[in-house]
Design a protein around this ligand. Structure first.
Ligand SMILES: Nc1ncnc2c1ncn2[C@@H]1O[C@H](COP(=O)(O)OP(=O)(O)O)[C@@H](O)[C@H]1O
Ligand SMILES: [Mg+2]
Length: 154
């Protein structure tokens, strides 16, 4: 992928996201620009807004608007008009190898996107993935910082 393919407006962070609505709006913008079939690694601490972001991506893709952390199911696949959005929580998986198999089995070759919370646990297995870091500045509960890297920039 060349520089021209880096999505305008989302790849030049860090962006300040003031409130959950800003995280959701960022997710909707990202949905317009994330290529079909892309894998997105979500990186950031508990409470950073990873699931909020996934919910916005799924809704923007035409899927259900109630995506949640895949707590009891390790992988959720949300139907959308252009393929499934596969949502993985790598933290809950016993090891990266099983996570990998699980994700790929679920996704097949037809996923619209594969989105992985705690994505750095699987980063080595996904060199082609996009990576979105959500930071939670200490002492600021009203603010998150988003920084997106395209695959060639990781
Ligand atoms: N930009 C933001 N500013 C302030 N709060 C946010 C922001 N984005 C999300 N939140 C809130 O942070 C909390 C944790 O969000 P969540 O998406 O569950 O995080 P994670 O999945 O990373 O643990 C939620 O209450 C959510 O509404
Ligand atoms: Mg979460």
């Amino acid at each position: 992928m060349n520089a021209a393919a880096v999505p305008e407006g989302v790849a030049h962070g860090p962006f300040e996201l003031r409130g959950p609505e800003a995280t959701a709006a960022y997710g909707a913008r990202l949905a317009d620009r994330l290529p079909h079939g892309a894998t997105l690694l979500l990186v950031g601490p508990l409470g950073a807004g990873k699931t909020t972001l996934v919910r916005a991506l799924v809704a923007a893709a035409g899927g259900p608007d109630d995506a949640t952390s895949p707590s009891y199911a390790l992988v959720h696949a949300y139907p959308t008009p252009h393929g499934e959005v596969v949502h993985v929580d790598a933290w809950r998986l016993p090891d990266a190898a099983s996570a990998e198999r699980l994700a790929l089995d679920e996704a097949g070759d037809h996923a619209r996107w594969i989105v992985i919370e705690w994505g750095d646990l699987l980063a080595a297995a996904h060199p082609e993935a996009w990576r979105l870091v959500l930071d939670r500045p200490s002492g600021r509960d009203d603010l998150r910082i988003a920084t997106l890297a395209a695959p060639e920039d990781r």
